[in-house]
Design a protein around this ligand. Structure first.
Ligand SMILES: C=C(O[C@H]1C=C[C@H](C(=O)CCC(=O)O)[C@@H](C(=O)O)[C@@H]1O)C(=O)O
Length: 270
């Protein structure tokens, strides 16, 4: 289904009824990321969004429109459209950065926050500037050499090395999902919502009163380190480090990931 919010047409997939679970994919992903989990989560109302510049959601030409603050406002408008006052929000990687931004900027809309392999941004302006410059080079490469060439390089990043051990059909499905996007959408997502563009929310983690689940893969040392630092600053969080998994735990250990999420979502009333 498509929904117009704040001048942008979003594509959203909804499955099931029950506890609302807003699902936010990673860079180069889509709402389809979460479809394999429909059988695992029959008691949740899954609301899986194609984020700005991804999948069947519009790819605005103005990169400013992708800023994480604007994307968070869009999420609030989407929940309004569906009559959902407060939702559980699960984000993977870039989607986790947006989920965290949404929880900081719209805390009353988030019942539980679930973050897979994500971060609150970069702590220093020097790191952010360097990342913006690197992501601008990447954005131009996408625009000049095309999405296929970008995906060829992207899937070879060390961060995704553990995915080489996945069955070929699984790797092919991930590649198909990455290839589905437009150059404008991916390039402007980097320019507007990239890790170096968003504000750092490190100093605001202490504001988050809702229960937070942090999930990382034991073979993803970088994001396990980040998760451990977040765990120290969050007032009400738990950290799960999944064995035999890298950055994309939901792909590499789907059954374990589904169980971790279900158990967290069904803990006491919040
Ligand atoms: C390579 C780094 O950063 C990128 C890695 C992960 C994020 C992501 O969403 C990737 C999802 C996927 O391809 O499976 C992405 C983001 O948060 O926007 C980062 O650009 C890194 O080493 O930090």
């Amino acid at each position: 289904m498509s929904v117009m919010v704040n001048g942008v047409r979003y594509h959203v997939e909804q499955y099931g009824e029950g506890e609302p679970l807003l699902l936010l994919h990673g860079f180069t992903g889509s709402a389809d990321t979460w479809r394999p989990f429909v059988p695992f989560w029959p008691d949740f109302r899954m609301m899986a969004v194609d984020l700005l510049g991804h999948g069947r959601t519009e790819a605005p030409k103005n990169a400013e429109r992708y800023r994480i603050e604007h994307a968070a406002t869009d999420l609030a408008a989407l929940l309004d459209e569906w009559g959902v006052e407060q939702a559980n929000v699960l984000g993977y990687s870039m989607g986790g950065r947006l989920a965290l931004a949404f929880a900081v900027l719209h805390p009353h809309r988030v019942r539980r926050l679930l973050l897979e392999s994500s971060s609150p941004g970069l702590k220093t302006e020097e790191e952010r500037r360097a990342r913006r410059e690197a992501d601008e080079v990447l954005a131009r490469k996408i625009e000049t050499e095309g999405v296929r060439s970008f995906v060829d390089d992207w899937e070879k990043l060390p961060l995704f090395a553990t995915q080489q051990a996945l069955p070929e059909p699984t790797r092919a499905a991930i590649r198909r999902e990455r290839l589905r996007h437009t150059a404008t959408g991916l390039a402007n997502s980097l320019r507007g919502m990239g890790t170096g563009v968003q504000p750092s929310f490190w100093e605001r983690l202490g504001e988050l009163a809702m229960p937070v689940l942090l999930v990382c893969g034991e073979r993803d040392e970088k994001f396990c380190r980040i998760a451990a630092q977040m765990h120290e600053r969050l007032p009400n969080s738990e950290l799960v480090c999944v064995k035999e998994a890298g950055h994309a735990i939901h792909v590499e250990q789907p059954g374990i990931f589904a169980k971790i999420v279900s158990e967290f979502m069904t803990k006491g009333e919040v």
